[in-house]
Design a binder for this molecule. Structure first.
Ligand SMILES: C[S@@+](CC[C@H](N)C(=O)[O-])C[C@H]1O[C@@H](n2cnc3c(N)ncnc32)[C@H](O)[C@@H]1O
Length: 238
C-alpha cells in the first residue's frame, strides 16, 4: 500500500480507524492472543510515574493504555488520552462509563504532530501502535519530547519492521495472509488489516527507532522485544 502524499496517508489512517473502531478491541485481543493487555501493563510499569503524576497517552484510540494506567496507578492526578479519530475515543468513552476508575480519564481530540499542550506538561508520554501511522516520525517525536517534563519518560509500543530471518518471514506470512482474513471477517474491513502489515514493513527497525529517539534528544534509550520479537517497547528519558 503506497501513498502519493503525506496528506493522503494522514486522511486514510484517520478514516480507516473510524471504520474499524467498533471492532478494534476485539480484533486486538484475537490477533495477539490476549497478549496486548500484558504489553500495555508493562509500558505503564516502565513509565516510572511519580506519586500523583501525570500521563499523556497519545493516539489513545479506545483508551487501553490510559485505562491500564488508571487501574495500576489510582493515585495519578491526571491521565489524558488524545487521538484524532473521534469514533475510536467514543468506543473508549462507552467502556469508561462502565468502569469506575476509568471515568477519570480525560479525552482530547488532538493531532499528534501538533499537540495542544504546553511544553513540559507530563511526567510521561506514551503511545501504543501510533508511530507506524504518522507522516513524520521526527515531528511526532519532537512533539512528544516537547510536552514531556525534563526527567520524564517517553514510551513507545510498536510493531517494527520484521527482521529478514526465518522467524521474521514466518511472522510476515501470518501478518499478510491470516490477519487480513481475520480482520475482514471480524470488522468487515479487510483493507484496514492489509494496511497493518504493510505499515509495519514500511516502518523502522527497532534499532532505527532507538536512533530516532536519541536524535530527538532523549537519553538512556533502550528497548525490549515482545511476542517472539514482533513487538517492541522503547523507553527514553528527557
Ligand atoms: C493502532 S491504534 C492504537 C490505539 C491505542 N493506542 C492502542 O494501543 O490500542 C492507532 C491510533 O493512532 C491514531 N492516530 C494515527 N495518527 C494520528 C495522528 N496524526 N494524530 C492523532 N492520532 C493519530 C489513530 O486514530 C488510532 O486511534
Amino acid at each position: 500500500m503506497t501513498f502519493q502524499t503525506a496528506a493522503e496517508k494522514y486522511d486514510y489512517v484517520n478514516q480507516m480507524f473510524a471504520r474499524i473502531a467498533h471492532r478494534y478491541d476485539l480484533m486486538n485481543r484475537i490477533m495477539t492472543v490476549g497478549q496486548d493487555r500484558y504489553w500495555r501493563s508493562l509500558l505503564v510499569e516502565q513509565a516510572n510515574l511519580p506519586a500523583n503524576g501525570s500521563l499523556l497517552d497519545i493516539a489513545t484510540g479506545t483508551g487501553d493504555i490510559a485505562f491500564e494506567a488508571l487501574r495500576q496507578r489510582p493515585d495519578l492526578q491526571q491521565v489524558i488520552g488524545a487521538d484524532y479519530t473521534l469514533p475510536m475515543m467514543q468506543v473508549g468513552q462507552q467502556r469508561a462509563s462502565r468502569q469506575n476508575g476509568a471515568r477519570r480519564l480525560e479525552w482530547s481530540g488532538a493531532d499528534t504532530l501538533h499537540l495542544p499542550f504546553p511544553d513540559n506538561s507530563f511526567d510521561a508520554v506514551a503511545s501504543g501502535f501510533l508511530m507506524r501511522n504518522v507522516t513524520s516520525v521526527a515531528q511526532a517525536l519532537a512533539e512528544q519530547v516537547r510536552v514531556c517534563k525534563p526527567g520524564g519518560r517517553l514510551l513507545i509500543l510498536e510493531i517494527p519492521r520484521p527482521a529478514d530471518n526465518l522467524p521474521g518471514q514466518a511472522f510476515r506470512l501470518y501478518f499478510h495472509h491470516v490477519v487480513p482474513l481475520l480482520g475482514g471477517w471480524i470488522s468487515g474491513q479487510p483493507d484496514a488489516y492489509r494496511y497493518l502489515p504493510a505499515s509495519a514493513d514500511a516502518f523502522l527497525r527497532p534499532d532505527e527507532l532507538k536512533q530516532a529517539m536519541e536524535q530527538a534528544g532523549l537519553q538512556h534509550v533502550r528497548y525490549q522485544m515482545l511476542m517472539f520479537n514482533t513487538v517492541a517497547l522503547h523507553v527514553g528519558t528527557k
